[in-house]
Design a binder for this molecule. Structure first.
Ligand code: ATP
Ligand code: MG
Length: 698
């Protein structure tokens, strides 16, 4: 679409027409309206014919369609050539409104309509505009614009399920989820009719306002990434204003909003979905797969989580399972499940290290097993380390090279997402090949011409780009061994789990560190689900299978002054119970309060806030006269409960452990701890001779 505007210079255009322009788009009057979502090549010229702007764009909204207001369209830019980008930057420099990344809505044009069928069929067909585009792009850019205009369905939690029927094992992964069941004593993957076992862990909202999951959602990633949510396993159970979440959001194209209780939710259309709900949608898809495969309702499941998940994240996954209509029989750590899959077919007792490098998380665990007892000795990992980071390293390099070569800056999400997609495919191919072509047609418009990104990536280049990520996993392995005083040669087998562990560099580095080749249990993506199914079967049959897991990160409390005091330390075998005693520090103190954190940092505020425990209704007495014994109890799934007992009466006190609070309230609690430096305060007094010694000598 070429438009000539009656201005002599770019300055005049900005002066007289500037309110119709932003960095993100332009509003143009037009009688031939096109439906929102229609892609166009847009050329804006001055009176002289000189071009000021050339972009690929999509119609974001229309005005004046229903004889109300002025007929026109708001276009959202997709890609711009370097000259256009410079022009828009100069506009943004002088006009604050033009800094927006959305197209403007000028005053006096009437109401806007962003619905996908805003224009009735008799209006000029959108195909005219599409014909101007390379077919590859025309097919891909289906929707854009303001997602809040689309009505999204309400998430309906499933009713409480019966505790009967088969139990399946589910691996709820960052990239893919899958499930397995034991048949005739053998674990097997549950597959769709086409033999596919993996369901991409992606949820998307379609332009028609439907939520889709799995492969259907994946295809929307490269057409409209703002409405396709992936990688939410990294966000679940984390406070919205945490550093980790802020970091992640720079990368994710979708919109994350905080909920009232400080967790994250994702905005899709006019609705925000909690991460538990998004995970539940993936689990529901798995449920349907299982039911179709088994021909009966499936209500019970064992669900796996990264070993390195905090207590809060485990709780969130349990909730997701419930929302999906599962009775969650057990939450189990991914490496533990994988070890079970490995060990179940081997008779000899062994000590293994499970190296699980998936799409989003890395876990390393050392386990020892005999026939029916699997005992985790040490675990470590990083919930921010996975295949996604390999992809990011490739994409960063590709974009830097492309930008240096063409003087075009990539800011468009769709284009970047398409590069991500191609980079991941090349990365996977490079596990078998020495070089792979990365070809993304029409990613940008340079000097008026649409151009492709077309490069060859060699395995050597990939390994150079990702060596530091692989090194980090090796450091974690060494640390996991060290905390148990183990040497690498004391490990019998290294079991590879997770799709990213297929990378040859990973296998080389493991062989180097451990002096032996690693092993796999079938496909590395499936080992976790197979192990979960074995556990599910053992629970179902009440077989004597014993899993002894450990606490991945210490749990403790914040002391006055802001120090972290661990109560249950890392690698404590589960289940575990620890007692802790607190005394009043004020005259007639009516209540006690303690803030619970999880992590390894000596400052409480640097660890994850788990909740605040309040003990009310204490008997009125002088300072130090009332003592409360607290019991911290961790279940075998690593879920925490705290109870309190007043010592003089021995009575259990009804108290509340609040694990949700507004971000402001949590900040306030942490701040109060930091600022409370009163040297008189000695709330945490160990008892007995040991306590006396500590008090005298500290
Ligand atoms: N052949 C391959 N070579 C290299 N990487 C691969 C290969 N196949 C898959 N991957 C990568 O593996 C990752 C997905 O693995 P997997 O399905 O095990 O992860 P997940 O279980 O979803 O994630 P997580 O366990 O971290 O939650 C993706 O990043 C994918 O790019
Ligand atoms: Mg996994």
């Amino acid at each position: 679409m070429s438009v000539r505007l009656p201005f002599a210079s770019a300055e005049e255009l900005l002066g007289k027409y500037g309110s119709n322009l932003t960095r993100g788009g332009i509003y143009l009057r037009s009688r031939s309206l096109k439906n929102p979502g229609t892609p166009v090549l847009l050329e804006i010229k001055l009176e002289s014919g000189a071009r000021v702007l050339y972009a690929s764009a999509v119609v974001s909204y229309v005005t004046g369609n229903k004889s109300e207001g002025v007929p026109g369209m708001g276009f959202k830019f997709i890609t711009l050539d370097a000259a256009s980008r410079r022009f828009l930057e100069s506009a943004a420099a002088v006009m604050p409104h033009a800094r927006s990344s959305e197209p403007p809505v000028p005053k006096n044009v009437g109401p806007i309509d962003s619905s996908f069928d805003a224009i009735p069929p008799e209006a000029p067909p959108a195909s005219q505009a599409q014909a101007a585009l390379p077919s590859e792009l025309a097919g891909r850019l289906l929707v854009a614009g303001d997602s809040s205009a689309v009505k999204a369905p309400v998430f309906e939690p499933a009713p409480e399920p019966p505790k009967t029927g088969p139990i399946i094992g589910i691996d709820l992964g960052t990239s893919n989820s899958c499930a397995a069941i034991v048949k005739d004593g053998q674990p097997q993957m549950l597959t769709w009719k086409d033999g596919q076992a993996l369901v991409p862990s992606i949820v998307a909202l379609t332009p028609r306002g439907q939520l889709v999951v799995g492969a259907a959602a994946k295809s929307q990633l490269t057409t409209n990434p703002k409405w396709a949510v992936y990688g939410f396993k990294r966000l679940i159970g984390r406070p919205a204003d945490s550093e980790e979440v802020r970091e992640l959001l720079k990368r994710f194209p979708y919109e994350v909003v905080p909920t009232d209780d400080g967790e994250c939710a994702v905005k899709l259309g006019d609705r925000a979905y909690r991460l538990e709900e998004l995970s539940a949608l993936v689990l529901r898809e798995i449920k349907q797969l299982a039911e179709a495969r088994l021909g009966e309702p499936v209500h019970r499941a064992v669900i796996t989580v990264p070993a390195w998940y905090s207590e809060r994240q485990r709780e969130a996954v349990r909730e997701a399972g419930r929302l999906a209509g599962f009775h969650v029989e057990r939450i189990v750590n991914e490496p533990t499940a994988a070890a079970l899959a490995w060990g179940s077919s081997r008779k000899k007792p062994q000590r293994v290290l499970v190296y699980d490098l998936g799409g989003g998380t890395f876990d390393a665990s050392v386990l020892e097993y005999t026939e029916a007892v699997y005992e985790v000795k040490s675990t470590g990992g990083d919930t921010f380390l996975g295949g996604i980071d390999f992809d990011s390293a490739i994409v960063a390099q590709l974009l830097a090279d492309f930008e240096a070569r063409t003087d075009t800056i990539f800011t468009d999400r769709v284009a970047v997402q398409r590069v991500y997609d191609a980079a991941e495919r090349a990365k996977m191919a490079l596990s078998n090949l020495k070089e792979a072509r990365i070809h993304v047609p029409f990613v940008a418009v340079v000097e008026g011409k649409p151009i492709d990104l077309d490069v060859t990536l060699t395995r050597a280049q990939l390994e150079k780009l990702t060596r530091n990520i692989v090194d980090r996993t090796m450091e974690v392995c060494q640390e996991v061994l060290k905390t148990r005083g183990l040497r690498a040669d004391q490990i019998d087998e290294i079991v590879l789990v997770g799709g990213q562990s297929r990378a040859p560099l990973v296998q080389e580095r493991i062989a180097l560190l451990f002096g032996r080749q690693p092993v796999t249990v079938g496909n590395p993506e499936e080992a976790v689900a197979l192990g979960a199914a074995l556990l599910a079967d053992a629970l179902d049959k009440k077989a004597g299978l014993l899993l002894i897991d450990v606490l991945p990160m210490s749990i403790g409390i914040g002391l006055p002054g802001g120090k972290f005091h661990p109560i249950l330390s890392r690698n404590t075998p589960l289940p575990a119970t620890r007692k802790y005693r607190m005394v009043t520090t004020r005259e007639n103190q009516k209540s006690l309060e303690l803030t619970v954190f999880q992590g390894e940092h000596p400052r409480a505020a640097k660890n994850t806030w788990l909740g605040t425990f309040k003990v009310p209704n204490l008997p009125l007495a002088p300072r130090g006269a009332v003592a409360v014994e607290l019991t911290f109890e961790l279940s075998n799934e690593c879920l925490l409960t705290i109870s309190a007992r007043e010592e003089s009466t021995g009575e259990e006190i009804v108290s509340a452990f609040a694990t949700r609070d507004t971000p402001a309230a949590v900040k306030e609690q942490v701040r109060a701890l930091e600022e409370d430096t009163d040297p008189e305060v000695d709330v945490f007094r160990p008892r007995g001779v040991l306590g006396w010694l500590k008090r005298v000598f500290s």
